[in-house]
Design a protein. Structure first.
Length: 106
């Protein structure tokens, strides 16, 4: 009987199955890491914004700025629109008080 060089269908399917499993594992891992990075970015932005609000709030001429809403913080140039967008996309809530601040919700 003559033996042919090459792979059988079973061998090709087994190799394809292994490649698919490895690819799915990689995609899931990358997606998880992207979500963690996004969450860390939101947390860092919240810390930065809270510092900016506190610095602006403690200025001697603080009464000129309105700290009652997110829109007033942007229009008063306390925070940027980009910072507000990052926080809006993440799980962040605006908390009033003296001074007002943002909190990351889980």
């Amino acid at each position: 009987m003559k033996r042919r060089a090459g792979f059988t269908l079973i061998e090709v399917l087994a190799a394809l199955g292994i490649i698919i499993v490895l690819t799915l594992t990689l995609v899931i891992t990358i997606n998880s890491q992207l979500q963690k990075a996004k969450q860390r970015n939101v947390e860092a932005t919240v810390q930065t914004v809270n510092t900016q609000i506190e610095v602006e709030y403690n200025r001697p001429d603080m009464s000129a700025n309105d700290f009652n809403s997110q829109a007033s913080l942007v229009s008063g140039r306390v925070i940027t629109a980009e910072q507000l967008k990052v926080m809006t996309d993440g799980k962040v809530r605006f908390v009033g008080g003296q001074p007002p601040h943002f909190e990351v919700t889980r």
